[in-house]
Design a protein around this ligand. Structure first.
Ligand code: DAH
Length: 359
């Protein structure tokens, strides 16, 4: 028998087998038997080399024609089977138009974002506008311009995540980027950006995400939010700051909330204060949530340091300002009695869906 006869026989058999195949799996098997790596047609094509050279082109051409023909036929058969299958299903399955629809779950705002929205609204009512800055900052803006020189012990207050020098990670020796870029450790650098961009009087809040090299625990995350505030104007005093923050506390936690100011320390404010509210869990008697003090600190604040005003382009003899930085994560925890900050960033729906009404 010649190779040519073999070819014809394979083609005839294949056509018959294809018509006889009643499901896609059978067609697939057939494809494999014919055209697969060790399929009949493939094997035959390999034998072309044993033919006398003058016969090879004609037989080769015929073999390729058959191959193409079978490929097309297989594709058509598969499509035909798919349609028959579909028709059969349509004939047996009825569509019940009265069946109840599938419940769509509608998302809602994350409780921390709800807190940030509330803060934006409250401050908006007092004439503050939103001014945003970059999450990747320079050391200069994050520290130097805020009166925190290199090597100053005050830098220990912020555990910094550095952006790596390009290539240094791949080389197995990560080094801080030479251009001094870091992930901002607080939103205070945006104060500087606002002062350099805007004219007095300035009233801005600067909500955003911050990052620190923290060992993560119930009270600390390596990423968290802050809402910074900055006012620069003539005749601004600590009394203005005090009045403003008391209004914010009342708007957030109710008119009966108790507040107090304590001395604090920040390099970019002088004097600096910590602002506490009466513990929302125990009402002031002392409990584990407030470390038995009856008070909870919600923010740091102070009068903008003259050096910082100067860096921002303002003459401290003419202008004063106050600034504050609060932590909406912590404030959200206080609002809802949440004991562990990690759950805020967990994307756990069992937790998040409890706040559906709050958006
Ligand atoms: N940047 C400070 C921090 O992250 C918070 C802060 C304190 C901001 C006092 C201020 C301020 O604007 O006046 O710990």
């Amino acid at each position: 028998m010649s190779v040519s006869d073999d070819l014809d026989r394979i083609a005839t058999d294949a056509r018959q087998a294809l018509t006889a195949a009643t499901d896609a799996a059978a067609v697939d098997d057939l494809r494999h038997e014919l055209l697969g790596r060790s399929g009949q047609l493939t094997t035959l094509l390999r034998q072309l080399g044993t033919l006398p050279p003058d016969e090879r082109p004609a037989v080769g051409q015929r073999a390729n024609e058959i191959r193409r023909e079978l490929e097309v036929a297989i594709g058509e058969r598969l499509e035909a089977l798919r349609l028959t299958d579909l028709e059969a299903r349509l004939a047996t399955e009825a569509l019940d138009m009265s069946a109840p629809g599938r419940q769509l779950s509608v998302g809602h705002v994350h409780p921390v974002q709800t807190m940030m929205r509330d803060l934006r609204e409250i401050f908006h009512a007092y004439g503050f506008e939103v001014f945003e800055g970059p999450e990747i900052e320079t050391e200069e803006y994050n520290f130097e311009l805020l009166n925190i020189p290199p090597d100053h012990p005050a830098r220990d207050l912020w555990d910094t995540l550095f952006v790596a020098e390009p290539g240094s990670v791949e080389a197995g020796r990560p080094e801080p980027a030479q251009d001094g870029t870091i992930l901002r450790t607080h939103t205070s650098p945006v104060q500087m950006r606002a002062m350099r961009a805007l004219d007095a009087p300035i009233r801005v809040i600067t909500p955003g995400r911050c990052f620190r090299y923290e060992a993560v625990d119930a009270g600390h995350g390596f990423e968290f939010f802050q809402v910074e505030g900055l006012v620069v104007d003539r005749d601004t005093s600590l009394a203005d700051l005090k009045g403003m923050l008391e209004e914010v506390a009342r708007a957030l936690y109710g008119r009966d909330v108790r507040t107090r100011f304590r001395p604090g320390y920040y390099p970019f404010t002088e004097p600096s204060v910590a602002f506490d509210i009466g513990c929302l869990v125990c009402g002031g008697e002392g409990c584990p949530a407030c470390k038995r003090s009856g008070w909870m600190t919600i923010l740091g604040a102070g009068m903008v340091h003259p050096a910082v005003l100067r860096n921002g382009g303002f003459d401290p003899a003419e202008y004063q300002g106050y600034a504050f930085g609060m932590g909406p994560d912590r404030m959200t925890m206080l609002r809802h009695g949440i004991g562990d900050i990690r759950i805020l960033f967990s994307a756990d729906l069992r937790f998040l869906t409890q706040f559906g009404g709050g958006s």
